[in-house]
Design a protein around this ligand. Structure first.
Ligand code: PEP
Ligand code: MN
Length: 338
């Protein structure tokens, strides 16, 4: 952090600015130029209250020189993080991780049937929502705890680790005891109380990018979880809101490259929520692998026409099976495998 003093600052104002910086736990280097005096913070400046310093008399502006995310930052952890999801399944290594399944758990036949089909096609994990964040309170809200039990049944049959979304801290103990990966949905990316509590759990967290979040805000949300002690964070790019209305969201594939450069955390892409249309999913999934994603999360439904949630963007198990060898081919071009 660098603090630039106003040209007419007084010695007392300089002293106050230095003291305020030191109170945040840094050492201060003063550089007096012919026109400008600047104060450089030495050490970790995350404890320095930037907003308080910028309001001090005699201070002109405050500039950040390092990123505010530390634990997720690649600078301090150059190697890719590899996160285990379950027996023999990991994400972040050479092998891509493909998570597939319906938007929502609906019936035992549906979830077990889809689980078997995606497993046979080569998926590494099963997704399925039990608690659904719906825009309308009149839409299907998910099966709740019964949905979690059905996911466990599907895991028992297929061996696939299960990924499902948490909406409330109230369910943390149940999630901790029963699921393999806890998903934080786009709408909860900045639910800081939830993130803090997830920092104290032992499960990997799949953190979706917020609807209109910048890459830095997304990484700061990861930082909340990591600051609590849980370093198992998987980032998920699921499209962001732009002026475009043709697609449900705009898939920001450049974010995959940006985040891989800035952070050591694995990144998966969700082409289903990004596009909102089943016919786009295959190509966007392939593009995501080409862009360097560590995995995918794809909505697969046995009967998209009658799905209780997100039918239009769900591909069928047959389409999923046809996609897998193509993913493998693209993965080979970028030095990865499926
Ligand atoms: C989902 O995965 O079904 C979901 C609700 O995703 P998002 O939070 O990305 O909208
Ligand atoms: Mn969905």
């Amino acid at each position: 952090m660098v603090v630039v003093m106003k040209p007419d600052f007084t010695p007392d104002q300089l002293k106050a600015a230095i003291e305020a910086m030191e109170a945040g736990g840094v050492r201060v280097m003063v550089s007096k130029g012919s026109e400008t005096t600047i104060l450089g913070a030495e050490g970790n400046a995350s404890g320095v209250d930037q907003e308080r310093i910028v309001m001090l008399p005699g201070v002109d502006r405050v500039m950040r020189v390092t990123e505010p995310f530390k634990k997720s930052n690649r600078k301090y952890h150059p190697d890719d993080s590899v996160i285990a999801l379950g027996d023999g399944v990991a994400i972040g290594g050479n092998k891509l991780c493909v998570i597939a399944g319906p938007c929502s758990v609906e019936t035992p036949e549906q979830i077990v049937g889809v689980a078997k089909a995606v497993k046979a096609a080569g998926a590494s994990a099963l997704r399925g929502g039990a608690f659904k964040p719906r825009t309308s309170p009149y839409s299907f809200q998910g099966m709740g705890l019964d949905g979690i039990r059905l996911l466990q049944e599907a895991r028992a049959v297929t061996g696939l680790p299960i990924v499902t979304e948490i909406m409330s801290t109230e369910h943390l103990d149940i999630f901790e005891a029963s699921v393999d990966v806890i998903q934080v949905g786009a709408r909860n990316m900045q639910n800081f109380d939830l993130l803090k509590r997830l920092g104290k759990t032992t499960k990997p967290i799949l953190l979706k990018r917020g609807l209109s979040s910048t890459i830095e805000e997304w990484l700061m949300s990861a930082e909340y979880i990591m600051a609590g002690g849980n370093h198992q964070v998987i980032l998920c790019e699921r499209g962001i809101r732009t002026f475009e209305t043709y697609t449900r969201n705009t898939l920001d594939l450049s974010a995959v490259l940006a985040v891989k450069k800035l952070s050591h955390l694995p990144v998966v892409v969700d082409p289903s929520h990004a596009c909102g249309m089943a016919w786009m999913v295959e190509r966007m999934a392939l593009a995501a692998v080409a862009a360097g994603a560590d995995g995918l999360i794809i909505e697969v439904h046995n009967d998209p026409q009658n799905a209780l949630c997100d039918g239009p963007q769900s591909i069928t198990p047959e389409q999923f099976s046809a996609l897998m060898p193509k993913l493998s081919a693209i993965a080979g071009c970028v030095g990865r495998s499926v």
